[in-house]
Design a binder for this molecule. Sequence first.
Ligand code: SF4
Length: 213
Amino acid sequence: MMKETKIRNLRGELDEAIRIDERQLADSIRAIGFRCRKCAQCCRAEHGDNTVSIFPFEIRRICERTGLEPEDIVTPTPSLDTDSEGNIHTFEWVLRKDGDCIFLKSGLCKIYECRPYICKTYPFYLLEGRLMVSECMGLGGVISSEESQRIATLLKERYITEIKESILLLERFNGFNGFNGLNCLNPDSMRNICVHDSEGEHWVPERDKIRLI
Ligand code: SF4
């Protein structure tokens, strides 16, 4: 699909997202039920995929609060897209993990106040405007109307942000001379990585090169 068409479609999705009725969303959340058990399973590796995608402005906010550098806290998400020189191109940053999220210490989130949207809204997310839920021990718990309203507001905000970030990414994306040809390349070799995000292109420093597989 042409870039302009994708952007037009995303603008349509954005209009719909802005019209989402937060009160209805809050009612749906209350009907499902949720109470965080503070088990931190969603941050741990042993309980499944604990990957946290993160936007550039969220990375900046965490760096400002912690004094850490972006390369200390995020890494490019793995990708099979390569250019003709063998460099990897990817479209997302994810929080670093050492198995568990690097910010999980003694069962607590060390960046709780500035944690990314995904963490703030877990186990809920919106897909094509519909409420979805991930696996979570807290589902089914009793939730107050204030809390369900708070989550609904955050969910809508997250969804709108996701769409806006995708539009900006596409507007700034200049493409690359590439192919999806993992099998043509030596999987043991180390390559440079370019992350395309809503703020443009970022080439990952030499020390952060990652393996293709
Ligand atoms: S940032 Fe905090 S809430 Fe999010 S996965 Fe890491 S430890 Fe868990």
